[in-house]
Design a protein around this ligand. Sequence first.
Ligand code: BG6
Ligand code: MG
Length: 223
Amino acid sequence: MNKIRACIFDLDGVIVDTAKYHYLAWKRLANELGFDFTEEDNERLKGVSRMRSLEILLEIGGKELTAADMEKSAAKKNEWYVEYIEKLEPEEILPGVSAFLTELRGKGIKTALGSASKNAPLILERLKLNSYFDAVIDGTKVSNAKPDPEVFLKGAQELGIEPESCIVFEDAQAGIDAARNGNMFCVGVGAPENLNGWDHLIPGFANVTFEEIVNKLKLVNLK
Ligand code: BG6
Ligand code: MG
């Protein structure tokens, strides 16, 4: 097994639970368009780009919009979403994440963010996490959505580390597939019934250490 030199993190659902704010903003748009949108429906939008999310939302509501109206609706949803995330506080960082990032800093492991969100820089700033990341690749820097590995490969490239020495942390299936497509190790963050194809799975970062993860990955790769 290659020596692990970098960790690349998805943002939404891995570092902070922004899904609830995406949900409130999409629900408001759905209601304005005359249909309802449930939390269960919202599961389908995790890890999915803004425009693709809107397409899924319209499919759920049985609505069609012109390309111009789709742009307007996506912009409106984003304004509402930004109103929520402008109020984010560091207390909303998910349990164990800060300790894990601090451990990586102490061990000289490089770190990158690999997120589909165009709001990633604002979220990192609100959570006061900027100094924990050596590279930030967000939705404004990539042309191909996960499961394409572009976002993670760009992260590795910016860090100057080969993909085979990176671990990706992901809560969405498309992100796990992206990590695999990029030839990186992948740790799934979530429940086994929702995620496949990871090398190791954790429910979240509470009480999880980098050492422990590397040991688990070694076992998997010796099989
Ligand atoms: C992903 C989220 O990280 O970013 C998706 O899981 C979201 O739900 C996507 O649609 C795009 O985010 P944004 O902030 O650019 O609309
Ligand atoms: Mg995510």
